[in-house]
Design a protein. Structure first.
Length: 366
């Protein structure tokens, strides 16, 4: 047996032990789920997760391996949380659109084991979560090209029973999809959402292809698959191509600038945890419609060492020409929970109303 064969044999033997330990660990996770069901405790416990990560990472003697083990353990804990949610019936997740749409793809990245349910509108997603039908809702929040999804922010402002618990950036790469057997030279007409068509305009012009707007990218791909027409193509994702049995005729056709969509996860509101360093803090607030009131709030945020990633203003419902504001702050490494709590207390004196929309991590996907 040479060196490679021996190393692979060792790995196989270790993997067999790990498989047995995995089942043993998940049985213990099931007992935790039973306790949480009896006591009404949430699945995710941030303090417990931090303690487990720190304690177990410190057990790794090889310092170079510690960050790798921490990542390995984090993934194991994510799987454990997903299993608890399944056992407790809290694994339902809502999205708007059809299977293969970008919201569906984002949901699968965030919750690979969830029971996904599609809705026709963003409002229906929010209602399903607020009403307790489903645990999570995944919604688009902002696009690097198109800007805010203002209607989603307005829905959240009007739904105090919801909070944001996670945020994820998903690069949107659009491909040209055709039916099996089709070639790029066969294509005459391309279907897709208007934004995908606009971002692919240079490609469409180069090949002289006619563009036809469609409701969304995934439904355009579904329609192409159903017609079987070799002259018809859709601009959509590679995941959608696989879902509907289409062929990628050209990759990355949305060449008109980078395109990343930021998605949020909403859940029924619960007391917001104290932010940790590096986490985001989302605030909704209003100020008196008087000179300098907004400036005072912004100046205080910056003066306390919070980096403001963004600020958005939207019309205040039922109050013509007045506005509410959303700010997203990054909690710096040297700020503790007391500093965050102090910020909120001071904001309450500077603003007419203040609401913590969420405390969350920002995840980035390739």
């Amino acid at each position: 047996m040479d060196q490679l064969q021996k190393a692979r044999a060792d790995i196989d033997a270790i993997d067999a032990q790990m498989a047995a330990l995995f089942e043993q660990r998940m049985r213990a996770v099931g007992e935790v789920a039973q306790y949480k069901a009896a006591t009404g405790k949430p699945v995710f416990d941030a303090a417990r997760e931090r303690a487990v990560l720190e304690q177990n990472t410190a057990r790794i003697a090889d310092e170079a391996l510690r960050p790798y083990y921490r990542r390995f353990l984090q993934q194991a804990m994510d799987v454990s949380s997903a299993w608890q949610r399944r056992l407790l019936g809290r694994d339902g997740a809502a999205y708007q659109g059809v299977e293969g749409a970008w919201s569906h793809i984002a949901l699968r990245r965030l919750f690979p084991f969830a029971r996904a349910k599609a809705f026709s509108t963003w409002a229906e997603v929010c209602d399903a979560v607020a009403g307790g039908e489903l645990q999570f809702g995944v919604l688009p929040f902002e696009n690097s090209n198109a800007g805010d999804v203002s209607a989603v922010l307005d829905l959240l402002y009007g739904a105090p029973e919801l909070s944001v618990t996670a945020m994820a950036d998903l690069p949107v790469r659009q491909d040209l999809l055709g039916v099996p057997g089709a070639a790029l030279t066969d294509i005459k007409t391309v279907l897709s959402h208007q934004q995908a068509l606009a971002q692919s305009r240079l490609f469409l012009q180069r090949y002289g292809l006619a563009a036809r707007e469609w409701g969304n990218t995934a439904d355009a791909a579904r329609h192409v698959a159903e017609t079987g027409d070799k002259t018809l193509a859709a601009i959509a994702s590679a995941e959608t191509a696989e879902l509907y049995g289409l062929t990628i005729l050209a990759a990355g056709v949305n060449e008109d600038g980078d395109n990343t969509t930021r998605f949020i996860v909403v859940e029924k509101a619960a007391p917001a945890p104290a932010p940790r360093a590096g986490q985001r803090l989302g605030l909704l607030f209003t100020v008196d419609h008087k000179p300098g009131r907004l400036a005072r709030a912004i100046e205080y945020i910056g003066g306390q060492g919070f980096n403001m990633e963004c600020i958005k203003s939207r019309p205040l419902p039922h109050v013509p020409f007045e506005y509410y504001f959303y700010v997203q702050l990054v909690c710096q490494q040297d700020l503790d929970a007391a500093a965050c709590q102090g910020l909120l207390q001071r904001m309450e004196t500077l603003c007419r109303t203040v609401r913590v929309l969420g405390v969350f991590d920002l995840k980035a996907y390739d």
